[in-house]
Design a protein around this ligand. Structure first.
Ligand SMILES: Cc1cc2nc3c(=O)[nH]c(=O)nc-3n(C[C@H](O)[C@H](O)[C@H](O)COP(=O)(O)O)c2cc1C
Length: 217
């Protein structure tokens, strides 16, 4: 399948087959996609909690009450569920860790190049934290890039996905002890293989027409 075929045939999975698990090699590829997702100034303001065990998935499903209960069955039946978490602060320890990793990975030919990268990243961190005061929203935007990449990669690998904003982030924070780790839940994505109850698989896709979406200048 080419990229356009993947885009037009992938769909949100509304019911997973609990008997089907993602093979280890495919899961490893999906983790690579998450790890290598791009982010502004390589800030990587994220952490991914992956529930593959029944107990792990139950911990997540138990947070999906009331208005969010419609997503609980998907979490229980999926092969794996990714909780996308944001770092609450891009503190000095995180920024130093990024720079040290880039150094170890051979990104800097000279000390000046390393200083330049540190300065550039510090500028954007300070811009969002101190001036625009949208540091959380900035982190969330990066996380949605990772989510989009994961969904596209899953489709390319024949894995069904259900991205989920219908989640109780505060209940998830509590259930996973995220605040103690400097993290907060943002969005989730269930992965696996659709069952014959997946009504969305039988529905045609619907999108606004291209003429509405694109302007050529
Ligand atoms: C960020 C995001 C959050 C979503 N949250 C949910 C959700 O909580 N539960 C659900 O069943 N579908 C959810 N969806 C699926 C959308 O409804 C779906 O992507 C959209 O209707 C287009 O359909 P398609 O993905 O099958 O092409 C979400 C999709 C995105 C991208």
């Amino acid at each position: 399948m080419n990229i356009a075929q993947i885009a037009t045939t992938r769909r949100t999975c509304k019911a997973f087959d609990p008997a089907r698990k993602i093979p280890d090699s495919v899961l490893a590829d999906l983790k690579t996609v998450l790890r290598f997702a791009p982010s502004s100034v390589n800030s990587q303001p994220w952490h991914f909690v992956i529930a593959g065990s029944d107990a792990g998935k139950e911990t997540l499903a138990a947070t999906l009450d009331g208005a969010f209960a419609y997503n609980a069955g998907k979490v229980r039946a999926a092969s794996h569920v990714v909780v996308f978490c944001a770092r609450n602060a891009l503190d000095e320890a995180h920024l130093n860790g990024l720079l040290a990793q880039e150094d170890a990975d051979g990104r800097f030919a000279t000390p000046e190049a390393k200083a330049g990268q540190a300065n550039s990243r510090n500028f954007y961190v300070s811009l969002h934290r101190d001036q625009l005061k949208d540091a959380d929203a900035w982190a969330d935007r990066q996380i949605y890039i990772a989510l989009g990449n994961l969904m596209q990669a899953a489709a390319a690998l024949g894995v069904d996905a259900c991205p989920m904003e219908g989640i109780d982030v505060l209940a998830l924070d509590k259930a996973l002890g995220l605040p103690e780790k400097g993290l907060r839940a943002v969005v989730m994505c269930a992965l696996g293989y659709g069952s014959d109850q997946d009504f969305n698989a039988r529905l045609p896709k619907s999108r606004l027409p291209a003429e509405t979406l694109f302007s050529e200048i």
